[in-house]
Design a binder for this molecule. Structure first.
Ligand SMILES: [Mn+2]
Length: 326
């Protein structure tokens, strides 16, 4: 694996006749913005680029993204001159239906902003200081072509917005806002993005959120740790798919006393933890790494093998207490 620059990766993509774009499983706004922003950018420049997803994206993105490949399409990386992994830290999370050994034999590239990225690409660029993968893509695309089309610009802005909590999180540097401003100048339809992302919640989601706060929310460490277990019964009652849960954790993060927020959900025989920190002195990444997870300093996830949620609490609470005692 060789490290390179984002402009070199762009040159490799633009030099290919066809490109397959991959991202992480359960794609969020940054992954989808990166995939569809790059597809638009490459297609406008004569490259036959396609987006590959393992399943349909969350509901809120349905009016924004379309015409992606699913596994049943039969299209595979070998059908393309180049394949790139975007916004994905490791092979376990890569949303693709063949083994990584297949990709390693191909012209396989990687661009990301996660800590500890271990994608085995031939050429790789990882900037852990970047707010989002879309920020890296946007600044590179704007360098290559200051007259970037509104469609690509809109997708990149969407990814920057979702990974910065709409420019509220600590990863919102001045540089981030300047890139976002340049994208807006390209004629982005901000209203469409904002309405889809933030003002299109199905009523059943609000009802689930109300019950989550009323009956499932727990506070520990003197209120500094807010957490909740979304069990299968709660999901079934509100006919809610956890793939739609982007932003749910912000309800817990929003509690005044909370410094660390965590959502727990069932994942097969294990439990999936999603964690956020509101204070740079208490990063959650190391805790996630302890349980073979990953992410960013202030936003990370992991999977814990335990029989019950009570066991998860027994494992996690001392860890959180120790972290908050630092
Ligand atoms: Mn991201």
């Amino acid at each position: 694996m060789a490290e390179t620059t984002p402009s070199d990766l762009f040159a490799r993509l633009l030099g290919a006749k066809s490109v397959l774009l991959l991202a992480h499983e359960r794609p969020d706004g940054d992954a989808l913005g990166a995939l569809f922003g790059m597809r638009s950018f490459l297609r406008r420049r004569g490259v036959a680029a396609d987006v590959f997803l393992m399943a349909d994206p969350p509901y809120r993105y349905h009016g924004i993204v379309a015409d992606y490949l699913l596994p049943q399409s039969g299209r595979r990386a070998a059908d393309y001159e180049a394949t790139i992994s975007l916004d994905c830290a490791n092979c376990e999370r890569l949303a693709y239906c063949e083994s990584v050994e297949v990709l390693e034999k191909l012209n396989f590239l990687n661009l990301d902003h996660h800590l500890h990225n271990s994608i085995p690409a031939q050429y790789s660029y990882v900037d852990t200081e970047a707010s989002s993968t879309c920020e890296i893509l946007a600044r590179t695309a704007l360098e290559i072509d200051p007259a970037l089309e509104a469609e690509s610009a809109g997708f990149f802005l969407m990814g920057m917005m979702t990974d910065t909590g709409s420019f509220r999180f600590a990863n919102t540097k001045g540089r981030v806002l300047r890139v976002a401003a340049s994208l807006l100048d390209r004629g982005v339809d901000l209203e469409k993005i904002v309405n889809a992302l933030y003002f299109s919640n199905p009523l059943k989601q609000l009802q689930l959120e109300a019950e989550l706060v009323t009956d499932h929310l727990k506070l520990a460490c003197g209120g500094r740790f807010a957490y909740a277990y979304i069990d299968d019964a709660l999901l079934a009652k509100h006919d809610f798919d956890l793939r739609e849960d982007e932003g749910l954790i912000d309800i817990l993060r929003g509690i005044d006393s909370a410094v660390i927020a965590m959502l727990v959900s069932k994942k097969g025989n294990a439990f999936k933890l999603s964690m956020r920190s509101k204070d740079g002195r208490y990063p959650v990444i190391e805790l996630a790494r302890k349980f073979s997870g990953g992410g960013h300093a202030m936003a990370a996830g992991a999977t814990i093998h335990a029989g019950t949620f009570e066991e998860v609490e027994t494992i996690i609470l001392p860890e959180i207490e120790a972290l908050l005692a630092k």
